[in-house]
Design a protein around this ligand. Structure first.
Ligand code: LLP
Length: 384
């Protein structure tokens, strides 16, 4: 969305800070995904609810027929309330509690992505006492270092996620021997904000080798969930605002070697919702320090923690100024030195009351908000 296209009159009447979601862009993004996977009957896309669980966003995504990838009982409830059918909900997470397992079983979700043998034992026992059969896949730790921020890689041997190769055959055999679980397949996820398709090629190669090995050991493979991770262009949010889904799905089509009819599941979060969201904030003060100039705004790390946590870049635009650019450190009011959105940002000259848009904040923005410093959780408004 170009600077002039934001609904400024609405924004001026609104208490800041708040999230603004461009629902037309979200819809176009979902239509793009559907236009590709609609031609690939074995491909099923789930939306990773953790990226943004705002009910309006969830409903918009559910209405386009995607499934939901959840990591907690709370996310399963949110997905069901938004209209995702239980038969399209998958549930991952290294620490599923008994209560969450019961919720998943009673709701009839389609898959538990199991992350350890200990968890398999607990799910089997709970399913037995509930008198049901739990559908399980195993999350494999593929030991692949994706080229992304260290805190958002998840597929390395040192990470807590998944089951390692050595243990996999054993847990599959165990699952096959248990009457209260049904073995359904394998799950992978290598990390997030991945733009280098070679990382996904490496994942495909690992999956090809592993599934061949399982078949040679006369073990079933089931369906394959490749996780999420497709990145977006944070530098230039208006250039290609829809992530490169053509290249992404084509990479799996070209490199995965699976028996005909094998279902391939995807769990995309960021690439679906990041571009459509902006955090809108007012400039409170402009302050000249000894060496730097600060734009102090009313949003903080409690609304958007990504810059503080990952040094993540979000483009910042002054929506209400056309004055020549100046250099600012854009900071929030919270009592932490890391409450900084961007250092040395080149922005149209800021005055008190100007409205700034912090772009590409639709994923892991509102969903990671906190109440630190007794701040309120952010509100949200929508383009329609
Ligand atoms: N599936 C699994 C098992 C995951 O752990 C994740 C994200 C996804 C799918 C969705 O990945 P995506 O398509 O959004 O990359 N808070 C961080 C990102 C953490 C991602 C955690 N897992 C950030 O703000 O960058």
């Amino acid at each position: 969305m170009l600077k002039g296209q934001f609904p400024l009159e609405r924004f001026k009447a609104q208490k800041t800070p708040f999230y603004y979601y461009d629902m037309a862009l979200l819809e176009k993004t979902l239509d793009k995904v559907n236009s590709i996977v609609g031609r690939l009957p074995d491909y099923k896309v789930h939306y990773a609810v953790k990226a943004n669980f705002n009910p309006v966003i969830l409903k918009a995504i559910a209405s386009k027929g995607l499934g939901a990838d959840c990591v907690s009982g709370g996310e399963i409830r949110a997905a069901l309330e938004a209209g995702f059918p239980a038969s399209r909900i998958v549930y991952a997470g290294v620490g599923k509690s008994d209560e969450e397992i019961v919720l998943g079983l009673r709701s009839g979700i389609s898959r538990f992505n199991v992350e350890s043998e200990a968890e398999l034992d607990v799910i089997a026992a709970i399913a037995e006492s509930e008198g049901v059969v739990a559908p399980v896949s195993f999350r494999v730790n593929p030991d692949i270092g994706a080229h992304t921020h260290a805190n958002i890689t998840t597929g390395l041997a040192e990470n807590k996620f998944g089951i390692n190769y050595e243990q996999l055959e054993g847990v599959i055999r165990k699952a096959l021997s248990l009457s209260s679980v049904r073995y359904c397949g394998l799950h992978f996820h290598i990390g997030s904000q991945i733009l280098d398709m070679m990382d996904f090629v490496a994942l495909c190669n690992r999956i090809n080798t592993l599934t061949l090995k399982l078949r040679m050991a006369s073990l079933p493979v089931g369906d394959i969930n490749v996780g999420g991770g497709l990145g977006i262009n944070y530098q230039h949010p208006n250039h290609l605002p829809i992530a490169d889904f053509d290249q992404y799905f084509a990479t799996f089509r070209t490199h995965l070697r699976l028996p005909q009819g094998t279902a391939v599941h995807f769990e995309l979060g960021r690439s679906i919702v990041a571009p459509c969201g902006s955090l809108i904030s007012r400039v409170l003060y402009v302050k000249k320090g000894t060496t730097r100039q600060f734009a102090i705004i009313d949003a903080s790390m409690t609304e958007l923690i990504r810059p503080a946590l990952y040094k993540a870049y979000h483009r910042i635009e002054n929506l209400t100024s056309d004055l020549p650019e100046q250099i600012y450190d854009v900071v929030g009011p919270v009592c932490e030195s890391s409450d900084v959105f961007l250092k040395g940002a080149s922005i149209d000259e800021c005055r008190r009351g100007d409205l700034l848009a912090i772009r590409s904040a639709g994923a892991y923005g509102e969903s990671m908000a906190s109440r630190y410093n007794c701040r309120k959780l952010p509100e949200s408004i929508f383009s329609e």
